[in-house]
Ligand binder design. Structure first.
Ligand code: NAD
Length: 507
């Protein structure tokens, strides 16, 4: 798996020889799999000097890339998509092994990369502006979109490769170059992607700086946020990180695209198809071990069906197959590390102090196959929406059950009553309820689904959320526009020079 992706297992230090530097680095980070605790590889952490070199290389590459016609840029992205197809199995396994999500989800993540490549190829012929009517005779106006330059991509550990591809492939067809700072928890999948990209660029005699990767921690991310050579910073991660990045980029009047934490809810009304809803709830709450930005954290249930839903969940949870994410049949893998386990335990302790009732789960598994201490049993807690812990995003498999009574408006109020605004969904077969949910006075989230859970978005739609989720949109629809600068052009094809608004100015 690692060899196919160009990664050698090297201990104690591993250098890709890529343009992020490496030779002069002092700091080495060891990467252990959360699945079995084994050391996978060690990576050099980039220095400030490496960072400057990477940005300088990217700036040079931009001068070449922006002159390549957009459909030809699309052709390069098409080739990247094909290389990803060839490497889907190996890269999917590495995602699973390094991050801990189950293999099906690892493969799904790579499929998402392939899908966004296809989307970007089509987009490369559709970066359209508008033609506009001028108020002046023999004048014509239009607006067009030009590339921005170096786009910085800061990504989170839980979608170690897909989120980068959403940004990088769109940015590439838009004529930008990207510098990617992956999560320091999952650098190997990023290095593997760089190997794939590198082959395609070399085969087309293009500079590698069109796509660069820099392995570093928050310090390198922060440099990017402050760097005026990076006109757009796309940052995915916690709200805490997003506030810092947004502030730094804003202070220099740069652009930021922020994809931050969620606190996603499913509403089950008295008209819900309970069978279908339960499947969505369980996938949303325990999939990726509760480590998706769109994971279902709150289940808002009508009081008429509350007991039935709770009891059925309590039958499902104890039987969830928890184990090595690479094993067929596993549905719940490990948390990313022991720190995440501590956060899970602290949240459960805290919510119980506030009055929450732990119904199931909340244990650390031990014994054969669970030696890493990163496997936990997903928890269900009866709670109230205003509890401090319910208001926060805990990046772990905790599902809060919240009861509501009366009309769907009461449920929507609870659903909207948090700081975050990423994903939301309603299960109901009543059209009056579902339409209310997606209306302008309904869900306040960037994603509002009907009879589908909160997680598992398709790449065709714009992805992102409101409020503390940061307001950014990436992936499909017209999300590409943020990677470009808009220019309005007025063309005079007469021999007169009339001024706008009829202003007379005779010399
Ligand atoms: P994190 O905030 O700890 O780290 C994310 C990235 O930001 C990492 O690359 C990290 O090195 C970098 N970083 C941290 N502090 C920084 C700073 N001050 N300046 C610049 N960069 C900095 O998040 P995580 O634990 O890796 O990921 C989990 C979080 O990400 C959750 O909150 C989850 O909801 C969120 N997330 C959101 C989306 C989305 O699309 N909305 C997608 C995936 C994950």
């Amino acid at each position: 798996m690692l060899q196919q992706l160009g990664i050698k297992e090297v201990n104690p230090a591993y250098s890709t020889g890529l343009n992020w530097g490496g030779q002069n680095n002092k700091h080495v980070r060891e990467i252990y799999s959360p699945a079995d605790g084994n050391l996978i590889a060690s990576v050099h952490m980039a220095t400030a000097e490496d960072y400057d070199n990477v940005i300088a290389t990217a700036e040079q590459a931009f001068k070449v890339w922006r002159k390549v016609p957009a459909p030809k840029r699309g052709e390069i992205v098409r080739q990247i998509g094909n290389k990803l197809r060839e490497n889907k199995e190996a890269l999917g396994k590495l995602v699973s092994y390094e991050m801990g999500k189950i293999l099906q989800e690892g493969l799904g993540e790579v499929q998402e990369m392939i899908d966004i490549c296809d989307f970007a190829v089509g987009l490369s012929r559709q970066l359209q502006g508008s033609t506009l009517h001028s108020e002046r005779p023999s004048h014509r106006m239009y607006d067009q979109y030009h590339p921005l330059g170096v786009v910085g991509v800061i990504s989170a550990f839980n979608f170690p490769v897909a989120v980068w591809s959403w940004n990088a492939m769109l940015a590439a067809v838009c004529g930008d170059v990207t510098v990617w700072k992956p999560s320091e928890k999952t650098p190997l999948t990023a290095i593997a992607c760089q190997h794939i990209i590198r082959e395609v660029l070399a085969a087309n005699e293009l500079p590698e700086g069109i796509f660069s990767v820099i392995i570093g921690d928050a310090e390198i991310g922060s440099k990017m946020a402050h760097d005026t050579r990076v006109p757009l910073v796309s940052a995915t991660g916690s709200t805490r990180m997003g506030k810092k990045v947004g502030e730094a980029v804003g202070a220099r009047l740069g652009k930021s695209l922020l994809e931050l934490g969620g606190n996603n809810a499913i509403i089950m009304t008295e008209h819900a198809d309970i069978e279908m809803a339960l499947r969505a709830v369980v996938f949303g709450a325990v999939g990726t071990c509760g480590q998706r930005c769109t994971s279902t954290r709150r289940l808002i249930i009508h009081d008429s069906i509350y007991n039935e839903v709770r009891d059925r969940l309590l039958k499902i949870y104890p039987n969830l197959p928890i184990g090595n994410p690479l094993n067929a049949g596993t549905l719940v893998g490990p948390l990313i590390d022991k720190h995440a386990v501590d956060m899970f335990l602290n949240a459960l302790e805290s919510v119980q102090k506030e009055g929450g009732k732990l119904l199931v789960g909340g244990d650390i598994l031990s014994g054969e196959g669970y030696e890493t201490g990163t496997y936990v049993t997903p928890a269900i807690v009866e709670a109230e929406n205003h509890y401090h812990m319910v208001q926060e995003e805990t990046f772990a498999p905790i599902l809060y059950l919240i009861k509501y009574s009366g009309s769907v408006e009461n449920a929507i109020e609870i659903q909207n009553g948090v700081k975050q605004g990423l994903s939301s969904s309603i299960f109901s077969t009543n059209m009056l309820e579902t339409e209310a949910f997606v209306s302008h006075w309904g869900s306040d989230c960037g994603i509002a689904n009907v009879n589908i859970g909160t997680s598992g978005a398709e790449i065709g739609g714009a992805f992102g959320g409101e409020k503390d989720t940061g307001g950014g949109r990436e992936s499909g629809s017209d999300a590409w526009r943020i990677y470009m600068r808009r220019q309005t052009n007025t063309i005079n094809f007469s021999r007169e020079l009339p001024l706008a608004q009829g202003i007379e100015f005779k010399i």
